[in-house]
Design a protein around this ligand. Structure first.
Ligand SMILES: Nc1nc2c(ncn2[C@@H]2O[C@H](COP(=O)(O)OP(=O)(O)O)[C@@H](O)[C@H]2O)c(=O)[nH]1
Ligand SMILES: [Mg+2]
Length: 390
């Protein structure tokens, strides 16, 4: 399962984002270090179900063509500047980040938390200054991991039989860094690890981090953010969100007060007469935010991380390519996230190891044509696998 980590300074809204995305309990409070242990939860990416386009009416897997696929979400406790030197809760949290495939770096777009994560007046701190921060902390953490044995490694690299790339990959195995990643980062950084200076080693670690842990910056608290800050943030490649609005909407939807599907740009109120004036005006204020930003941004941020940063596609395995269903007649029963470039053979293994091992061929359910095992799957493909095993 794909896993995203939510990282950032204390009080930027990580736990609110996590709770909104998972509706699992997490501490929400306005002081640093509320979250002592990383919270692991299940969140969802939103996709459209092909049943609509195929004119299938009895699809149980979606609601009006909208469906959700599970991913893992980790609420990492607040990082402060110099965490890599052990400040704040220190390296413990950097350890949590390594479990993730990609990182949602939450910043407080309202400028209401200082560089340490302490609450200050809205607009007091410039959130643009926070953008590179998590990446820098992770880079310096990797530098720290390598520095421990660096002299020894560089000395050994004078021997012909010694591969410094292997030694670095081994040192960073906990981060799932491979020999190829090291070679790649070395080339991109334009350094030779055998004789690099400490500064060059830092540049190399930066390259390694940005390719192995892609980031999406999420400007949160847009409901409070001064328009001037939003305008400036728009020139950065970031996503915008109001985690507090998303949380309020999901709770209201849970209580049947409103109809709202996460990621929708609007919602409808079920029984206005059952709401107090304060509740109604609260919901109308949220509606304005959804209109200004085409949604509350939480769902969009998760989707962008999965589809843009991690380059995933969605594939629907079926057993009956004519009725688009499984053996029990369930229409489009599964939706799998797969890395772009995956093949029907990879899909077979994702369904079940046995099916992968017995793979014979696959059928594209839309065209009813046979496709080869090394054919590249496309986003939205509906595939029947034919295997010697069931
Ligand atoms: N107005 C507003 N407040 C938010 C938003 N997200 C979080 N907060 C508030 O910011 C404070 C810190 O949030 P929390 O999720 O605990 O931050 P964390 O320390 O990063 O986990 C809490 O008072 C939240 O209610 C948001 O989108 N808008
Ligand atoms: Mg928290």
């Amino acid at each position: 399962m794909i896993r995203l980590a939510i990282a950032g300074k204390p009080n930027c809204g990580k736990s609110t984002f996590f709770t909104a995305s998972t509706l699992a309990p997490a501490e929400i409070a306005n002081y640093p270090f509320t979250t002592i242990d990383a919270n692991h939860g299940v969140a969802y990416v939103r996709i459209s179900c092909p049943c609509q386009e195929l004119g299938i009416e009895d699809c149980k897997a979606c609601t009006d063509g909208v469906r959700f696929i599970q991913i893992g979400l980790i609420d990492v406790a607040g990082l402060v500047p110099d965490a890599h030197k052990g400040r704040g809760l220190g390296n413990k949290f950097l350890d949590n980040l390594r479990e993730a495939d990609a990182i949602l770096h939450i910043i407080d777009a309202s400028g209401g938390t200082d560089e340490e994560g302490n609450p200050v007046g809205t607009g007091t701190h410039d959130p643009i200054e926070d953008i590179g921060f998590v990446e820098t902390e992770m880079k310096m953490w990797v530098v720290g991991l390598l520095e421990k044995n660096w002299q020894k490694i560089q000395r050994s690299s004078q021997q012909r039989s010694f591969s410094i790339e292997d030694a670095v990959a081994e040192q960073l195995a906990g981060l799932a860094v491979t020999y190829e990643d090291v070679v790649d980062a070395q080339r991109k950084a334009g350094v030779d690890l055998r004789k690099c200076t400490p500064d060059e080693l830092t540049v190399f670690c930066g390259e390694l981090i940005s390719s192995s842990k892609p980031f999406l910056v999420v400007g949160n608290k847009i409901d409070l953010a001064p328009p001037e800050i939003i305008e400036r943030l728009k020139s950065e490649e970031i996503s915008f969100a109001s985690a507090a609005s998303e949380l309020a909407l999901r709770k209201a939807a849970d209580g049947k007060f409103i109809e709202y599907i996460p990621g929708d740009p609007n919602f409808s109120i079920n029984n206005p007469e059952k709401l107090t004036d304060a509740q109604k005006s609260g919901l109308e204020a949220i509606r304005k935010i959804l209109q200004n930003f085409s949604g509350a941004g939480v769902q969009e941020s998760i989707n962008r991380a999965v589809f843009e940063l991690l380059d995933q596609i969605v594939v629907f395995p079926v057993e009956d390519e004519n009725k688009y269903c499984d053996g029990q007649g369930r229409v489009l029963p599964d939706a799998f996230l797969m890395k772009r470039g995956s093949t029907p053979h990879d899909l077979a293994f994702q369904v079940h190891t046995d099916i992968g091992e017995g793979f014979l061929y696959a059928v594209d359910a839309r065209t009813k044509m046979r496709i080869k095992e090394n054919h590249e799957l496309k986003d939205g493909d509906i595939i029947k696998i034919v295997s010697t095993k069931k």
